[in-house]
Write a protein that binds this ligand. Structure first.
Ligand code: SF4
Length: 398
């Protein structure tokens, strides 16, 4: 149940056109974590709904979820869909359970539907045996880390306060060295107190094929930590310059590539930028169908839809006003965003970052200044590369 009535979405958002089907299914295969990161918005944030849900996802929930995903893929003739095995820490469910679930989804979807499966893990439980099971099951491995050194990961501790880095580093190296084809990449939340270039270069030592840089969750009523001026934007600009000036693509950085694509007028599917319809949905360990976890950083119950995989289709979730608002493009944005010259690239930023208690989500991002700084910087670098001049070290696009 929503605790903030002002968070209700304007009616017109739900009425604007046919919904875009979900293409990313985030399934909570385990509801607890073996770590207790000090900043975790899931377990330390305002929404404590996880306490009332099963720790291990029952087999009946996984079966019903597989059937619902297949039903959605069939109804919308989905050719490609992403299946993200999430938690908590998903490997607590056992690698065999994950492989069996993915196999079940693949069995059920119609011929011609490709299921791209990834497990998003803290890497501490990765062993050669588990990685072999995941690789055999066609499941790639995404790793969440705060950087590539022990110091960067000091807030990622276990329940006894012990550092997770030794086990996480061992797991990350194991994937890079022995299972490179299974390595999906590393996801890192920006910490502007860390040196940007040093953090980026330390992550490169883990040899990820892709890097996701996410802004920490926060909103106008609960501002992100260390936010002054456009500190996060400056951090991103510094990493962008290091990446752009490398002369070769050392790693795919999704945020940078999507920003460049949007600046060039190309389509880009991202939760952080742009105004393309957002197409991800979550299934919790009790079978509840929810919106993405990041909304839980706004207020308790913000992600709830009141639907579940036993009694409801994903099409019903598409009609939920909160989901519809995220598919309504510019129409659901704040007036300030609709008038903004950066609208097509920024798109108002991440939905969760727009929240203000008493006003809902129809606000610019709490990171508006950071986004402006970053997007204008990338645009300037792109323009300089397109028209090589004496001050351009590159003279060509990435
Ligand atoms: S969040 Fe700020 S930069 Fe982004 S579209 Fe809105 S006003 Fe423009």
């Amino acid at each position: 149940m929503t605790t903030d009535p002002a968070a209700a979405v304007p009616e017109r958002a739900a009425d604007s056109g046919r919904p875009t089907p979900f293409r990313q299914f985030i399934v909570k295969v385990h509801g607890r974590c073996n770590l207790a990161c000090t900043y975790c918005y899931l377990y330390e944030g305002p929404d404590s709904g996880w306490r009332d849900r099963p720790a291990a996802t029952p087999a009946a929930v996984l079966d019903a979820t597989a059937a619902r995903i297949a039903e959605h893929a069939t109804r919308h003739a989905l050719r490609d869909l992403a299946l993200v095995l999430h938690g908590g820490e998903p490997l607590l469910a056992g690698a065999g359970t994950l492989a069996a679930f993915v196999a079940r989804v693949r069995e059920h979807v119609p011929a011609g539907s490709q299921v791209h499966a990834t497990v998003q893990t803290n890497a501490t439980l990765l062993t050669p045996e588990r990685l072999a099971v995941l690789a055999d099951g066609g499941i790639r491995v995404g790793i969440s880390l705060d950087g590539g050194t022990a110091a960067h990961n000091r807030r990622r501790v276990d329940h006894a306060g012990r550092p997770s880095w030794p086990a996480a580093a061992r797991g990350a190296r194991l994937v890079a060295e022995r299972f490179p084809a299974s390595y999906a990449g590393v996801l890192t939340v920006v910490d502007p107190t860390l040196d940007p270039v040093e953090t980026y270069e330390s992550l490169l030592t883990l040899r990820p094929p892709a890097l996701d840089l996410l802004l920490p969750h926060g909103n106008w009523s609960a501002p992100p930590p260390h936010q002054s001026g456009a500190r996060h934007g400056d951090w991103l600009c510094a990493v962008f310059d290091r990446w752009w000036d490398a002369g070769r693509r050392e790693v795919r950085v999704r945020l940078f590539e999507e920003c460049l694509a949007l600046l060039l007028g190309l389509p880009a599917a991202t939760e952080a930028l742009g105004i393309a319809p957002f197409g991800a949905v979550v299934v919790e360990t009790d079978g509840s169908i929810e919106q993405v976890d990041s909304l839980k950083s706004a207020y308790p119950g913000a992600a709830r839809t009141g639907l579940d995989v036993f009694g409801n289709t994903f099409d019903e979730a598409l009609r939920h006003p909160g989901v519809a608002a995220r598919q309504a493009g510019a129409e659901s944005l704040a007036e300030q965003c609709r008038a903004c010259p950066l609208l097509r690239v920024c798109g108002g930023g991440h939905y969760a970052h727009r929240y203000r208690a008493g006003h809902g989500f129809q606000n610019p991002s709490v990171y508006c200044a950071d986004l402006q700084r970053f997007i204008r910087h990338v645009a300037a670098r792109l323009a300089a590369a397109a028209v090589p001049g004496p001050s351009s070290p590159r003279g060509g696009a990435a």
